[in-house]
Design a protein. Structure first.
Length: 85
């Protein structure tokens, strides 16, 4: 068994080596969180609109979805018959 001070020195050496690798390749380990953080407003917008549709809070949006389509989908309120989406 290694002493706690030996474990700490090994952990610190490992940290320093990772830090050096990140610096050489110009990598920030916290960059992983950028993409999900940028998606939160888009998700929030769609979830609020869907909630309004379900609760009947926005009849204009519901009417617009039934009258207008998107790309090959003619009615956005119809379920997908082929489960492709």
């Amino acid at each position: 068994n290694a002493r706690p001070s030996d474990r700490f020195q090994l952990l610190y050496a490992t940290y320093q080596s990772f830090r050096g690798i990140y610096k050489i390749h110009e990598v920030n380990p916290l960059d992983v969180f950028k993409s999900p953080l940028m998606q939160i407003p888009v998700y929030w917008y769609f979830s609020v609109d869907i909630r309004k549709l379900i609760n009947g809070g926005d009849p204009e949006l519901a009417q617009e979805l039934t009258e207008n389509g998107f790309l090959w989908i003619t009615d956005l309120t119809d379920p997908d018959p082929w489960y492709g989406l």
